[in-house]
Design a protein around this ligand. Sequence first.
Ligand SMILES: [Zn+2]
Length: 250
Amino acid sequence: MKVTKPDYIFICLDSCRYDTFEAADAPNMKSLGELRRAHSFACFTPSSILGYLMNFNPIGLDMGRLYPYRKWGWLPTELRNDGYGTAFLTPNAAVAAMDLSLDGIFRKSFTVHEFLKYEGPSAVEAIVEDAVGFLGQHTPAFLFLLLMETHAPMYDGEKVKVPYPVQRPSSVYDFQRRAVTFIDGALEPLFEALRDRENPHDVIVTSDHGDLLGPVKWGHNPSDLTLLKRSMIHYSEELFEIPFIRGSVA
Ligand SMILES: [Zn+2]
Protein backbone atom coordinates (compact mmCIF):
# COMPACT_ATOMS: atom_id res chain seq x y z
CA MET A 1 0.00 0.00 0.00
CA LYS A 2 1.32 3.41 -0.95
CA VAL A 3 1.70 5.73 2.02
CA THR A 4 0.63 9.27 1.22
CA LYS A 5 2.94 11.92 2.58
CA PRO A 6 1.14 15.15 3.41
CA ASP A 7 2.42 18.57 2.49
CA TYR A 8 3.62 20.35 5.60
CA ILE A 9 3.02 24.10 5.60
CA PHE A 10 4.48 26.08 8.52
CA ILE A 11 3.31 29.70 8.60
CA CYS A 12 5.10 31.80 11.19
CA LEU A 13 3.93 35.38 11.82
CA ASP A 14 7.05 37.00 13.18
CA SER A 15 6.53 38.67 16.60
CA CYS A 16 2.79 38.11 16.56
CA ARG A 17 1.34 38.19 20.06
CA TYR A 18 -1.43 35.84 21.09
CA ASP A 19 -3.79 38.66 22.03
CA THR A 20 -3.49 40.58 18.74
CA PHE A 21 -3.96 37.36 16.78
CA GLU A 22 -6.98 36.39 18.85
CA ALA A 23 -8.54 39.84 18.32
CA ALA A 24 -7.84 39.90 14.59
CA ASP A 25 -10.34 39.22 11.87
CA ALA A 26 -8.55 36.31 10.17
CA PRO A 27 -11.11 33.87 8.74
CA ASN A 28 -8.68 31.92 6.55
CA MET A 29 -6.21 31.06 9.30
CA LYS A 30 -8.84 30.68 12.01
CA SER A 31 -10.89 28.22 9.97
CA LEU A 32 -7.97 25.76 9.93
CA GLY A 33 -8.68 24.58 13.45
CA GLU A 34 -8.91 25.55 17.10
CA LEU A 35 -6.87 28.60 18.12
CA ARG A 36 -4.70 27.65 21.08
CA ARG A 37 -2.63 29.85 23.36
CA ALA A 38 0.92 28.53 23.58
CA HIS A 39 4.27 29.81 24.80
CA SER A 40 7.37 30.06 22.65
CA PHE A 41 10.62 28.59 23.92
CA ALA A 42 12.54 31.72 22.97
CA CYS A 43 11.81 35.43 22.69
CA PHE A 44 13.75 36.24 19.53
CA THR A 45 13.82 34.92 15.98
CA PRO A 46 17.06 32.91 15.56
CA SER A 47 16.58 30.69 18.64
CA SER A 48 12.94 30.16 17.89
CA ILE A 49 13.34 29.34 14.20
CA LEU A 50 16.24 26.96 14.81
CA GLY A 51 14.14 25.24 17.49
CA TYR A 52 11.20 24.80 15.11
CA LEU A 53 13.50 23.45 12.42
CA MET A 54 14.82 20.95 14.97
CA ASN A 55 11.24 19.71 15.43
CA PHE A 56 10.57 21.38 18.80
CA ASN A 57 6.98 22.44 19.49
CA PRO A 58 5.93 25.47 21.55
CA ILE A 59 5.24 24.99 25.27
CA GLY A 60 1.82 23.89 26.46
CA LEU A 61 0.63 21.83 23.51
CA ASP A 62 1.40 18.27 24.67
CA MET A 63 2.72 17.40 21.24
CA GLY A 64 6.22 16.10 21.95
CA ARG A 65 7.40 17.29 18.56
CA LEU A 66 6.09 19.26 15.59
CA TYR A 67 6.25 16.56 12.93
CA PRO A 68 6.51 12.75 12.90
CA TYR A 69 10.26 12.80 12.47
CA ARG A 70 13.14 12.41 14.89
CA LYS A 71 13.26 14.65 17.92
CA TRP A 72 16.27 16.95 17.53
CA GLY A 73 16.43 16.06 13.84
CA TRP A 74 17.09 18.89 11.38
CA LEU A 75 13.74 18.94 9.61
CA PRO A 76 14.89 20.16 6.17
CA THR A 77 17.29 17.23 5.97
CA GLU A 78 14.90 14.71 7.52
CA LEU A 79 12.16 15.72 5.10
CA ARG A 80 14.42 15.88 2.06
CA ASN A 81 15.63 12.35 2.84
CA ASP A 82 11.98 11.33 2.97
CA GLY A 83 11.31 12.64 -0.54
CA TYR A 84 10.07 16.15 0.24
CA GLY A 85 10.83 19.33 -1.66
CA THR A 86 11.62 21.92 1.00
CA ALA A 87 11.41 25.72 0.88
CA PHE A 88 12.15 28.48 3.36
CA LEU A 89 10.73 31.83 2.27
CA THR A 90 11.13 35.05 4.23
CA PRO A 91 12.24 38.68 3.92
CA ASN A 92 13.78 38.50 7.43
CA ALA A 93 17.40 39.63 7.21
CA ALA A 94 18.14 37.77 10.45
CA VAL A 95 17.79 34.51 8.54
CA ALA A 96 20.41 35.61 6.01
CA ALA A 97 22.69 36.48 8.93
CA MET A 98 22.05 33.10 10.57
CA ASP A 99 22.82 31.35 7.31
CA LEU A 100 26.17 33.16 7.09
CA SER A 101 27.03 32.52 10.74
CA LEU A 102 26.07 28.86 10.54
CA ASP A 103 28.07 27.98 7.45
CA GLY A 104 25.17 28.10 4.99
CA ILE A 105 22.88 25.82 6.92
CA PHE A 106 19.76 27.12 5.12
CA ARG A 107 21.36 27.25 1.68
CA LYS A 108 22.67 23.71 2.03
CA SER A 109 19.60 22.03 3.43
CA PHE A 110 16.57 23.56 1.69
CA THR A 111 15.65 22.85 -1.93
CA VAL A 112 14.68 26.51 -2.24
CA HIS A 113 15.64 29.26 0.17
CA GLU A 114 14.74 32.88 -0.37
CA PHE A 115 15.66 35.54 2.11
CA LEU A 116 17.13 38.33 0.03
CA LYS A 117 14.80 38.70 -2.95
CA TYR A 118 11.76 40.21 -1.22
CA GLU A 119 11.62 43.99 -1.00
CA GLY A 120 9.24 46.74 -0.02
CA PRO A 121 7.01 47.31 2.94
CA SER A 122 5.32 43.95 2.42
CA ALA A 123 6.54 40.61 1.11
CA VAL A 124 3.65 38.31 1.92
CA GLU A 125 2.04 38.53 -1.52
CA ALA A 126 5.31 37.68 -3.32
CA ILE A 127 6.01 34.89 -0.83
CA VAL A 128 2.57 33.39 -1.35
CA GLU A 129 3.09 33.51 -5.12
CA ASP A 130 6.42 31.68 -4.73
CA ALA A 131 4.85 29.19 -2.32
CA VAL A 132 2.08 28.36 -4.80
CA GLY A 133 4.68 27.98 -7.57
CA PHE A 134 6.71 25.67 -5.34
CA LEU A 135 3.67 23.50 -4.62
CA GLY A 136 3.17 23.18 -8.37
CA GLN A 137 6.63 21.67 -8.71
CA HIS A 138 7.04 19.56 -5.56
CA THR A 139 4.94 16.80 -4.04
CA PRO A 140 5.16 16.27 -1.16
CA ALA A 141 6.27 19.73 -0.07
CA PHE A 142 7.53 21.29 3.13
CA LEU A 143 7.04 25.05 3.14
CA PHE A 144 8.32 27.26 5.93
CA LEU A 145 7.05 30.84 5.59
CA LEU A 146 8.37 33.43 8.01
CA LEU A 147 6.14 36.46 7.43
CA MET A 148 7.17 39.89 8.64
CA GLU A 149 4.17 42.23 8.42
CA THR A 150 3.55 41.71 12.16
CA HIS A 151 7.17 42.60 12.97
CA ALA A 152 8.44 46.18 13.26
CA PRO A 153 8.24 48.01 10.95
CA MET A 154 4.73 46.58 10.75
CA TYR A 155 2.56 46.76 7.66
CA ASP A 156 -1.23 46.62 7.64
CA GLY A 157 -1.80 46.71 3.88
CA GLU A 158 -1.84 50.50 3.74
CA LYS A 159 0.73 51.99 6.06
CA VAL A 160 4.05 51.15 7.66
CA LYS A 161 4.44 51.59 11.39
CA VAL A 162 7.68 51.71 13.31
CA PRO A 163 6.42 51.16 16.85
CA TYR A 164 9.48 52.11 18.88
CA PRO A 165 9.95 53.93 21.11
CA VAL A 166 7.33 56.56 21.95
CA GLN A 167 3.82 55.74 20.89
CA ARG A 168 0.57 54.76 22.49
CA PRO A 169 0.75 51.00 23.10
CA SER A 170 -2.89 50.60 22.07
CA SER A 171 -2.20 52.08 18.64
CA VAL A 172 0.61 49.57 18.04
CA TYR A 173 -1.54 46.74 19.35
CA ASP A 174 -4.27 47.71 16.88
CA PHE A 175 -1.70 47.95 14.11
CA GLN A 176 -0.40 44.43 14.71
CA ARG A 177 -3.99 43.18 14.79
CA ARG A 178 -4.63 44.76 11.38
CA ALA A 179 -1.35 43.29 10.06
CA VAL A 180 -2.69 39.83 10.96
CA THR A 181 -5.84 40.58 8.97
CA PHE A 182 -3.78 41.76 6.01
CA ILE A 183 -1.65 38.58 6.08
CA ASP A 184 -4.81 36.48 6.32
CA GLY A 185 -6.19 37.98 3.11
CA ALA A 186 -2.87 37.64 1.32
CA LEU A 187 -2.75 33.91 2.18
CA GLU A 188 -5.92 33.25 0.17
CA PRO A 189 -4.14 32.05 -3.04
CA LEU A 190 -2.06 29.58 -1.00
CA PHE A 191 -5.12 28.22 0.76
CA GLU A 192 -6.89 27.92 -2.60
CA ALA A 193 -3.94 26.00 -4.03
CA LEU A 194 -4.02 23.62 -1.05
CA ARG A 195 -7.77 23.20 -1.43
CA ASP A 196 -7.42 22.29 -5.11
CA ARG A 197 -4.48 19.96 -4.62
CA GLU A 198 -4.88 16.19 -4.56
CA ASN A 199 -2.25 15.68 -1.88
CA PRO A 200 -3.36 15.99 1.76
CA HIS A 201 -1.82 18.79 3.81
CA ASP A 202 -1.14 19.85 7.36
CA VAL A 203 -0.93 23.59 8.05
CA ILE A 204 0.48 25.13 11.22
CA VAL A 205 -0.01 28.85 11.91
CA THR A 206 1.95 30.26 14.81
CA SER A 207 4.52 32.86 15.79
CA ASP A 208 8.17 32.70 16.80
CA HIS A 209 7.69 34.83 19.95
CA GLY A 210 5.59 37.69 21.31
CA ASP A 211 6.42 41.37 21.52
CA LEU A 212 6.47 44.10 24.16
CA LEU A 213 4.38 47.07 23.07
CA GLY A 214 5.36 49.58 25.74
CA PRO A 215 4.83 51.94 27.34
CA VAL A 216 8.32 51.51 28.88
CA LYS A 217 9.74 48.38 27.29
CA TRP A 218 9.52 47.63 23.58
CA GLY A 219 10.34 44.83 21.17
CA HIS A 220 11.69 41.37 21.89
CA ASN A 221 15.41 41.32 21.15
CA PRO A 222 17.58 40.83 24.26
CA SER A 223 20.53 42.54 22.53
CA ASP A 224 18.68 45.77 21.68
CA LEU A 225 19.70 48.65 23.92
CA THR A 226 18.30 52.15 24.40
CA LEU A 227 20.47 55.23 23.89
CA LEU A 228 21.23 55.03 27.60
CA LYS A 229 22.48 51.46 27.19
CA ARG A 230 19.52 49.97 29.01
CA SER A 231 17.88 46.85 27.66
CA MET A 232 14.84 47.55 25.48
CA ILE A 233 13.07 44.57 27.05
CA HIS A 234 12.43 42.96 30.40
CA TYR A 235 11.03 39.54 31.17
CA SER A 236 7.30 39.36 30.52
CA GLU A 237 4.83 36.65 29.59
CA GLU A 238 3.95 38.88 26.63
CA LEU A 239 7.31 38.00 25.08
CA PHE A 240 6.32 34.34 24.94
CA GLU A 241 2.53 34.17 24.48
CA ILE A 242 1.84 33.04 20.92
CA PRO A 243 -1.06 31.70 18.85
CA PHE A 244 -1.04 28.14 17.56
CA ILE A 245 -3.47 26.60 15.07
CA ARG A 246 -3.10 23.31 13.26
CA GLY A 247 -5.38 21.86 10.64
CA SER A 248 -6.23 21.74 6.99
CA VAL A 249 -8.01 24.07 4.60
CA ALA A 250 -11.71 23.23 4.43
ZN1 LIG B 1 11.02 36.89 15.32
